[in-house]
Ligand binder design. Structure first.
Ligand code: ZN
Length: 411
C-alpha cells in the first residue's frame, strides 16, 4: 500500500469519507458486442484531508482515458443552456465585456455557454480536451483549442496575447487530477484586472442531501468554499464573491481575481456561504463522519422499493443514462432483474449498455412502447425537467421515482 496524499495540500490522506467499493468508470458505456465480458472495475473510495478538508477520490486512470472521447454534451439539457445564457448576460453587464474583451472557457464542451457571448459580440475562445464535443462548438463558429488546460496551456495563451478578461470554468474543477497545475493555469490566464468564474457542486449539499451518486472516478474532488479558497490562495487567487445556485443539486459560483491585480471588495455572499459551511460543521473534520451510514440507508431503501415492485409484478424502467445513475445502480447492485432498461436523449448512448449494471440504453420513445409502472429518474437534479417533458408517462398510470436523498414517488 502506498500512502495517498492530498491533491491540494499534499498532506497524508488517511480518513475515509465514503467507500463505494469497486465500480467500472461511470462513463464507459458498453457496446452490445462486449455485453458478455465483465467490465474492468476500480476502487471508488472518497477520503477527506485532515489538513485542508478537501474531499477527494484517488485517480485510477489517466484523464486521457476518461476524457478523450467524452460522451456528455451539455446542450442536451435545456435548463443548463438557459442557465448559461443568464450567466453570459449578467457577466457581460457586471464586468463591462465588449468587442475588445476576451472570454476564455475551460472545458467549453459543445459551446453551450460561449455561443451566448459570441451572439453578444464578445470574442471567445474555448479550451476542450474531448475532440468530439469540441467539433460541435466549432460548428457554431466558436474557436476551440483541443487540449487539456493547466499552466502550460495558460502560458501559451498569454504568450500569444490572449490573456482573458473573464475565465469561466464550470463543472470542471472536480474533473482535474492535478488540481494545483490547473488552478495555477487559471490564475495565469487572467489579465491583471481579469475575473475568474468557477462553478462546482457544493459539498454542503452532497453531505446534507446524501448525494453520494455524484461521486465517481471522473470526479476527483468535492469542494466546499473553504477548501476552494485554500487551493486558490496558494496560486495568488482571491475569492471576492460567491453565489449559491440550484444547478447539479446545489452548486456554488465562485468569483475570484488576482491577488496582485486591481483590488475588488468582498461581496456579502462570501460571509454568508462561509457561515453556512461553519454551521454545517464543514470546517471540522469530525463532522464528516457518519456519511457512510447515510449512504447505506439510501441504498437499502431503494433496493426494498425495487424488490417490492418486482414481487408485485410491476415493470420498472429508468430515465437518464448519466454518470450519477451508474454510481447509484452499481453501489446498490441493481441489474436488469430490478430495472429493465434506461432511456436517454443522447443518441451516442443509445444502443449501448450502462457500465456495470448492463442496463440497455434506449431512446425515450421506448417508454411509451412498454408502458412501465415506475420510471426511476436517475439525474434527480433535473427531475422537474424530465417529468414535465415525459408527462405522457402519467397517462398510462406510470409514476416517477427518485432515490436520493431517499426513495420517493414524485407527485
Ligand atoms: Zn489537503
Amino acid at each position: 500500500m502506498t500512502t495517498l496524499t492530498c491533491r491540494s495540500c499534499g498532506a497524508p490522506l488517511a480518513r475515509s469519507f465514503v467507500d463505494l467499493g469497486r465500480t467500472p468508470l461511470a462513463n464507459s458505456y458498453v457496446p452490445p458486442h462486449a455485453a458478455g465480458a465483465p467490465d474492468p472495475t476500480f476502487p471508488l473510495h472518497a477520503r477527506i484531508c485532515d489538513a485542508c478538508l478537501l474531499v477527494q477520490v484517488e485517480a485510477v486512470r489517466p484523464p486521457e482515458d476518461i476524457f478523450g472521447e467524452y460522451a456528455y454534451f451539455s446542450s442536451y439539457s435545456s435548463s443548463w443552456v438557459a442557465h448559461a445564457k443568464r450567466f453570459c448576460e449578467d457577466a457581460t453587464r457586471r464586468f463591462g465585456l465588449s468587442g475588445s474583451s476576451l472570454v476564455v472557457e475551460v472545458a467549453s464542451n459543445d459551446g453551450y455557454l460561449l455561443r451566448h457571448f459570441l451572439a453578444a459580440g464578445v470574442p471567445v475562445l474555448g479550451i476542450e480536451p474531448a475532440a468530439n464535443v469540441a467539433e460541435a462548438a466549432k460548428a457554431l463558429g466558436i474557436p476551440v483549442e483541443v487540449r487539456f488546460f493547466g499552466r502550460e496551456a495558460a502560458a501559451d495563451l498569454v504568450a500569444t496575447g490572449r490573456a482573458a478578461d473573464l475565465v469561466v470554468a464550470n463543472n470542471v474543477l472536480a474533473h482535474v487530477p492535478d488540481l494545483n497545475d490547473f488552478v495555477a493555469g487559471l490564475a495565469r490566464a487572467l489579465k491583471p484586472s481579469g475575473v475568474l468564474s468557477v462553478e462546482f457542486p457544493h459539498l454542503l449539499n452532497l453531505v446534507r442531501e446524501v448525494q453520494f451518486d455524484t461521486i465517481y472516478h471522473e470526479h476527483y474532488c468535492y469542494f466546499s468554499l473553504l477548501a476552494v479558497e485554500r487551493a486558490f490562495a496558494r496560486h495568488g487567487l482571491r475569492v471576492f464573491d460567491v453565489e449559491t445556485l440550484p444547478t447539479h443539486g446545489g452548486s456554488l459560483r465562485v468569483l475570484a481575481c488576482r491577488a496582485d491585480g486591481a483590488p475588488r471588495a468582498e461581496e456579502p455572499g462570501l460571509a454568508r456561504v462561509r457561515a453556512m459551511e461553519r454551521d454545517a460543521g464543514l470546517d471540522r473534520v469530525e463532522a464528516y463522519a457518519g456519511f457512510q451510514a447515510k449512504v447505506d440507508a439510501v441504498r437499502d431503501a431503494l433496493l426494498a422499493f425495487l424488490r417490492r415492485a418486482r414481487a408485485e409484478g410491476r415493470k420498472v424502467a429508468a430515465y437518464g443514462a448519466a454518470a450519477k445513475g451508474n454510481t447509484l445502480l452499481n453501489y446498490c447492485g441493481i441489474g436488469t432483474d430490478l430495472v429493465e432498461y434506461v432511456v436517454d436523449l443522447n443518441p451516442h448512448k443509445q444502443g449501448r449498455l450502462l457500465p456495470g449494471s448492463h442496463l440497455p440504453v434506449h431512446a425515450p420513445s421506448r417508454l411509451a412502447e412498454t408502458r412501465p409502472d415506475y420510471v426511476l429518474v436517475l439525474p434527480w437534479n433535473i427531475a422537474a425537467e424530465i417529468t414535465s417533458s415525459m408527462a405522457h408517462v402519467r397517462g398510462w398510470g406510470g409514476r416517477f421515482v427518485v432515490a436520493v436523498p431517499t426513495t420517493r414517488i414524485l407527485d
